[in-house]
Ligand binder design. Structure first.
Ligand code: FE
Length: 340
């Protein structure tokens, strides 16, 4: 391309971007790692209420962050939604988010579930699942108990490097200290029934099959099995019990789905409107229930049979931003302890 043509097309490009930015109120580019059945209603209702059309890019969590980083200042992304505090922290550390000041978000979302740059929109608990024939719930009442010598050869988990386990490790560091957490991680490794493999559902199924006595899993995997009509899933559900860990100490470890506005968002007004919409009663119910999670807005309740059966519990109230910042330390501790 000749230099003059290049300059012209660059200017044209800038002009178009400028136009799009000016027409900020008509569309929103959403990069999301969440995709559930109720999403259509969730997004359509936003469009109905605001007239803002949502262009959705869906991909895996880590791919989306890479994409945002690679696109840099030219990224069309306005809002990034992902799961797990450690992933949100990673995005935040990469500097992709812009600070958001919103009275609505401050009023609706409890302080420990938001930061200056990103916000939680649903919560999940990391629960303990045990085989009802071989383990008594009193034996596994806490995360700490998973390192007890009595559970030798009984513990199943996915890899230690998975964000869910890193976030749990970060919570343990915050509550018990780094030294105790390293000792704990070594104890858990000592207690492995098998080398870590598969996802949380695989661990639950291994508990049901008796291959392991106890496992840790996110609550929505448990709820998904409980809400399933499949005979095989019903069989699995009949074999395991669920413990809300640490009810007499700091409460069950909570993780989140969440997101924030991006630094280079071309439609910043629409982005804030969308984040505020996600905190509305209606959106909260769709967003949480879509993945068998709990809304972050305390007054919003979801109608979910499994969550109703699981009932109420004491949740850890550690600020999610502090937890997220401790994930790197959890990784170093797990590495030293051989929890891979
Ligand atoms: Fe998951």
């Amino acid at each position: 391309m000749k230099r003059k043509a290049l300059v012209t097309s660059l200017l044209l490009g800038l002009g178009l971007t400028g136009l799009q930015a000016h027409a900020a109120d008509t569309e929103l580019n959403l990069y999301t790692a969440r995709h559930y059945q109720t999403d259509e209603a969730l997004y359509n209702n936003f469009t109905k209420q605001t007239g803002i059309k949502i262009n959705r890019i869906e991909a895996k969590e880590d791919e989306l962050l890479e994409r945002i980083k690679n696109e840099g200042a030219n990224s069309p992304a306005d809002v990034f939604i992902t799961v797990d505090a450690s992933r949100l922290a990673k995005a935040d550390e990469a500097g992709v988010f812009a600070p958001v000041k919103s009275k609505v978000l401050e009023q609706r979302i409890p302080a420990h579930l938001r930061t200056d740059t990103w916000f939680s929109f649903s919560t999940r608990a990391r629960v303990i699942v045990y085989n009802k024939e071989t383990i008594k719930p009193e034996q596994v009442a806490t995360y700490e108990s998973l390192a007890a010598p009595a559970l030798k050869g009984k513990v199943c988990t996915r890899t230690g490097s998975h964000p869910y386990n890193l976030s749990l490790g970060a919570a343990l560091i915050k509550h018990n200290g780094a030294e105790a957490t390293e000792k704990w991680a070594r104890g858990v490794v000592e207690n492995f029934a098998r080398a870590p493999k598969g996802g949380d559902t695989d661990q639950i199924k291994a508990v049901a099959a008796g291959e392991c006595g106890v496992a840790i899993a996110n609550s929505y995997y448990v709820a998904r099995l409980m809400n399933s009509d499949k005979p095989a899933d019903k069989e699995v559900v009949s074999k395991f019990g669920v413990v809300w860990p640490n009810q007499s100490s700091w409460g069950t470890h909570i993780n989140v789905s969440g997101g924030g506005m991006l630094k280079h968002a071309p439609h910043k007004e629409a982005a804030v409107k969308f984040l505020e919409y996600l905190a509305s009663d209606e959106a909260q119910a769709y967003f949480a229930n879509g993945n068998n999670e709990w809304p972050v807005v305390p007054s919003v309740k979801v109608k979910n049979p499994a969550l109703q059966t699981l009932g109420e519990f004491k949740a850890d109230t550690l600020p999610i931003g502090d937890l997220a910042k401790t994930v790197a330390e959890a990784q170093r501790i797990y590495d030293r302890a051989g929890y891979r």
